[in-house]
Write a protein that binds this ligand. Structure first.
Ligand SMILES: CC(C)(COP(=O)(O)OP(=O)(O)OC[C@H]1O[C@@H](n2cnc3c(N)ncnc32)[C@H](O)[C@@H]1OP(=O)(O)O)[C@@H](O)C(=O)NCCC(=O)NCCS
Length: 213
């Protein structure tokens, strides 16, 4: 996540009905590279055959871009469809936030983001993963259970917006061979799923797929 991603992140955050963070909070978190990792997931807006989309952008600006004098226009940059963050709290990589834009849910994006955060946890030398989640949020809890988080307690009235209790979840040590093997198998399944989805896009748009001959 970069500073100029924050407005798009905040749009998804508002759609995900969580207590929103200020832009200042995001800025502070992403600058804290010693203890935090924040990521965004972007949808690849290129058609499957790799042709870049035709920008709806004035000619002069396009020329300046080609000369490397300015960056891509906001609408040329791939759409942010999800984001997440992790913070090293002593020995634990604590998931602080994760959300996927509603139209992009149930396609493995949340899982992909969680995996990026787990990589962040390894980078930060975390021994465990931990988080709090609303007791009513069974969808997120299922995602976490899949990755070895287990409920270890509750925090009463943790969420200030509706006084809801938080379920506290932790993993076993993530440095063990057994956790790493589990993770490898989950990733294999996830990448297979994402590959099949990508193949489906090509099958649904045969004219945009790679041409033979
Ligand atoms: C939780 C959230 C990030 C999941 O993102 P997603 O991209 O839809 O999830 P994925 O497609 O990667 O699904 C991964 C796993 O999550 C669980 N899951 C996701 N959506 C689910 C649903 N609607 N019902 C039940 N389980 C669900 C499943 O275990 C799923 O694995 P499976 O496909 O093998 O069944 C998304 O629902 C979201 O943004 N929710 C609002 C924000 C939020 O609640 N964040 C968590 C705060 S702690």
């Amino acid at each position: 996540m970069r500073e100029d991603d924050i407005p798009a992140v905040q749009v998804i955050e508002r759609q995900s009905q969580m207590t929103p963070w200020s832009a200042q909070t995001y800025r502070r978190e992403i600058q804290n590279r010693q203890a935090c990792r924040y990521v965004v997931a972007r949808a690849d807006t290129r058609p499957p055959n790799g042709t870049p989309p035709q920008p709806d952008y004035p000619l002069l600006l396009r020329m300046l871009q080609r000369l490397g004098l300015i960056g891509p226009s906001p609408d040329q940059r791939a759409l942010i469809v999800g984001y997440g963050g992790i913070w090293l709290n002593e020995t634990s990589g604590h998931i602080t936030t994760i959300a996927v834009a509603p139209p992009h849910r149930r396609r493995g994006v949340g899982e992909l983001i969680l995996n990026a955060l787990i990589d962040g946890a390894y980078e930060l030398n975390a021994q465990y993963l931990s988080l709090e989640v609303r007791v009513s949020n069974l969808t997120a809890q299922r995602l976490y259970l899949k990755y070895g988080f287990r409920p270890v307690g509750q925090r009463a009235h943790y969420y200030i917006d509706n006084q809801e209790d938080a379920l506290v979840m932790w993993t076993d040590p993530i440095t063990t061979t057994s956790y790493k093997e589990r993770l490898r198998e989950l990733r294999r399944q996830l990448y297979e799923r994402l590959r099949q989805q990508a193949d489906q896009v090509v099958a649904d748009n045969p004219s945009s797929g790679p041409s033979v001959g």
